[in-house]
Design a protein around this ligand. Structure first.
Ligand code: MTE
Length: 308
């Protein structure tokens, strides 16, 4: 495992998110254009609750986070529409209170926890991860959460449990994007092998930029698997099922030849319809090389030893 020193303080603690971004914009545009005039992002946002006392994480990248305005308005959440701006427009309709997550399937005693209990299970960390979408764009997101393994330990799996399935909320009356216009089966389902799910990098995401998750980013609780293409990171999770066989994810059901179960980021394996060698970091002009396992190979490559 790659051992790194945690950051001394969190980007969200140094200054407020708006000031942080304003300062970055100022520097970027002052240097780039020799002009210091740049208006901060002023898009409307729903009130998010701020977390205090977040712990920095050993797993954080020191790359600059993508701007809050981009992280929260350039989204994939097909239940709310297929255009990148649709989730920010429509996801406010998602009902998130009350919200529970059930741990079920091949376990000794199933358990259901509400979000308040989930928030108290472990100290919340800020983890700044790269996110690489299968479509060829990427971001750097300062998530808030803790390792999913902490939640999984709340139940005792049976010996036959080999995989976990993540089931997203399905509220058809408000998820108009899911009712028509998209070929996916609902609810959105994703899955991991049990050892992948228990890997310390796999995050139970409860917030971003020091605050609770905006609905378009998968409030109130989502999965984040930074070494896999973004579609493996299910949003607005309500059920986690321990199962014996490889789960059939929504994307596998829709197009198994394009979206495989593992879907580890790999610049050497192209998508059948486009290259995966490079990516566009949102906010950048020039494409960059995509890294094997999205740059997390030191931590996760051992999970796949002996596989083709
Ligand atoms: N989860 C659900 N329930 N529905 C979705 O459409 N899209 C996935 C993933 N999780 C998706 C989902 C895809 S394709 C990506 S790239 C990421 O969410 C995007 O997360 P973000 O919008 O927070 O950046």
């Amino acid at each position: 495992m790659l051992i790194k020193h945690p950051h001394d303080c969190l980007p969200s603690e140094i200054t407020s998110r708006e000031l942080f971004e304003r300062r970055r914009d100022f520097l970027k545009y002052s240097i780039g254009a020799g002009i210091g005039l740049m208006l901060p992002w002023t898009g409307a946002k729903a009130a998010q609750k701020k977390f205090s006392g977040l712990k920095p994480s050993l797993f954080s990248t020191d790359e600059s986070p993508t701007k809050y305005g981009e992280v929260t308005t350039y989204n994939n959440f097909y239940e709310f529409g297929t255009d990148k701006g649709d989730p920010a427009q429509n996801a406010h309709k998602l009902r998130t209170k009350p919200w529970t997550v059930s741990l079920e399937g091949l376990v000794k005693t199933p358990k259901t926890l509400d979000v308040d209990a989930i928030l108290k299970l472990a100290p919340l960390e800020e983890r700044i991860y790269r996110l690489r979408c299968v479509e060829g764009w990427s971001m750097v997101i300062p998530w808030v959460g803790y390792s999913l393994s902490t939640l999984l330990k709340q139940v005792e799996p049976l010996g036959s449990a080999k995989y976990v399935e993540f089931i997203s909320a399905y509220q058809p009356d408000v998820m108009e994007g899911g009712g028509f216009g998209s070929a996916l089966n609902w609810p959105y389902v994703e899955g991991l092998r049990l050892d992948e799910a228990r890997h310390p990098l796999t995050l139970l995401g409860l917030g971003l930029y020091g605050e609770t998750l905006p609905k378009q980013n998968g409030a109130p609780v989502r999965i984040v698997v930074p070494w896999k293409y973004g579609f493996k990171s299910g949003k607005s999770i309500v059920r986690i099922r321990f199962v014996e066989r490889e789960p059939q994810s929504s994307w596998m059901q829709a197009a198994s030849s394009e979206y495989g179960f593992y879907s580890n980021v790999n610049p050497e394996v192209d998508h059948p319809r486009w290259s995966q060698a490079r990516e566009r970091r949102i906010g950048d002009f020039i494409k960059r090389k995509t890294l094997m396992f999205n740059g997390y190979g030191d931590q996760v490559a051992a999970l796949y030893k002996g596989m083709d």
